[in-house]
Design a binder for this molecule. Sequence first.
Ligand code: HEC
Ligand code: HEC
Length: 208
Amino acid sequence: MRLGSVIFGVVVWVLIATQALAADKVIIEPPAAGSISPEQGLQAWSRVYEVASHPRCANCHTGASDKPMWSGPSYGTTRAHGMNIRAGNSRIGAETLLCSTCHTTLVTTGTDDNRVPHAAPRVAAPWMLAPVDAHWFGKSSVEICEQLRDPERNGGRTDIEIAEHLNHDVILHWAWNPGGGRESAPYSLQEHVNDILAWGAAGFPCPS
Ligand code: HEC
Ligand code: HEC
């Protein structure tokens, strides 16, 4: 009898846990090769660019400047991160002041994590600046397009690997649900993944 209820409890818990995961799950379904025209590929790219250049993404993709940016409607003016923050070669501020001093790492991600406006955003992963090569802030559509399709500068990834990376990265789940009065990145994570895959299936066309 007791064993029965323990097993029942475990089964219910597993069902709830897998449902919670499923809600967040992104489906990676690459379109068949040749099914996306170059024009459709370029349209998908222009939406990818809207996302990449949005403050929720570009504020961390600031290249060799070493400085995260504060930009977007919630900041009013565009400026470098206050308090003279530098990411350093470590990209986590190990050389000066660790990002995690303020952007503390959460154990799990909830809906209420970043309610307070102007507090340091927190996610269930170490907060850090993007690699120097992935410099998007202030860059044009062509520049970002050429960087992102170049395995030498995109972390050696194919379009499917970029899509998988986007799915697993909890920072991105934050970018589409930032809280604290911050504007979300455009479209949705699923639409962004679909656009990356469509762009890849069309042969990674870039605007000229
Ligand atoms: C002394 C505390 C502190 C440290 C250390 C710190 N930050 Fe921040 N950071 C903040 C606060 C506070 C905000 C939010 C400011 C606001 O919304 O007005 C912020 C916001 C940001 C944003 C903007 C997010 C967005 O899109 O709204 C980025 C990017 C960022 N920090 C990156 C970093 C990185 C990378 C490091 C380490 C190299 C770092 N921060 C270290 C306090 C800190
Ligand atoms: C808190 C800072 C931060 C924010 C905000 C952020 N990124 Fe990143 N991004 C990173 C870091 C760190 C890496 C390197 C991680 C890795 O390679 O595993 C990265 C790597 C990437 C890559 C791998 C490609 C490459 O050229 O290396 C892609 C794609 C990417 N980010 C997309 C996005 C998108 C899209 C958004 C917004 C929806 C975003 N990022 C927002 C920090 C950030």
